[in-house]
Design a protein around this ligand. Structure first.
Ligand code: DQA
Length: 147
């Protein structure tokens, strides 16, 4: 299972950014935790990608066609604004799980709307770094990948 983990705008600043909401963990720490959690599963490969620019995220989604089996995306604030990223997820037809570190439904109302959710197989929100781990388990289950 070739798995692409996409992080959108401002997630490169994790560790420094609003630690009362996102904690002290960096994006590299999160990626390491994902690799460690699944280190015994020989059937999973991870590619990690972060970009702050909407169009670059869309280009990355397009270039995944034919190469990637499952995608995990934390699109940051683009979650709440980007019909274009939602369209790209629909267009590429690769099972995608939406994740958020924070519980977007317990925050400001503007964060309650996700353009991406209808295009994803599911959404995991509110478990900090563990949202990403749960998302990988969800993809494994969805794609029926064995150890
Ligand atoms: C976020 C939630 C978004 O509302 C916010 O804009 C982010 C991070 C999360 O992981 O909790 O940048 O996606």
């Amino acid at each position: 299972m070739n798995t692409l983990i996409i992080n959108g705008p401002n997630l490169n600043l994790l560790g420094k950014r609003e630690p009362h909401i996102y904690g002290n963990i960096t994006l590299n720490d999160i990626n390491d935790k994902i690799k460690t959690e699944f280190s015994n599963n020989k059937n999973i490969n991870f590619e990690f990608y972060q970009n702050n620019i909407e169009g670059e995220i869309i280009n990355k989604l397009h270039s995944s066609m034919g190469k990637i089996d499952g995608i995990i995306i934390n699109a940051g604030a683009y979650t709440h604004t980007s019909l274009a990223i939602a369209d790209a997820i629909k267009a590429i037809n690769i099972p995608t799980v939406e994740v958020h570190l924070s519980n977007i439904y317990s925050r400001e109302e503007v964060r309650h709307k996700s353009f991406l959710s209808p295009c994803c197989i599911g959404q995991i929100s509110g478990f900090g770094f563990y949202s990403y781990i749960l998302a990988v388990y969800a993809l494994i289950n969805h794609l029926k990948i064995r150890n």
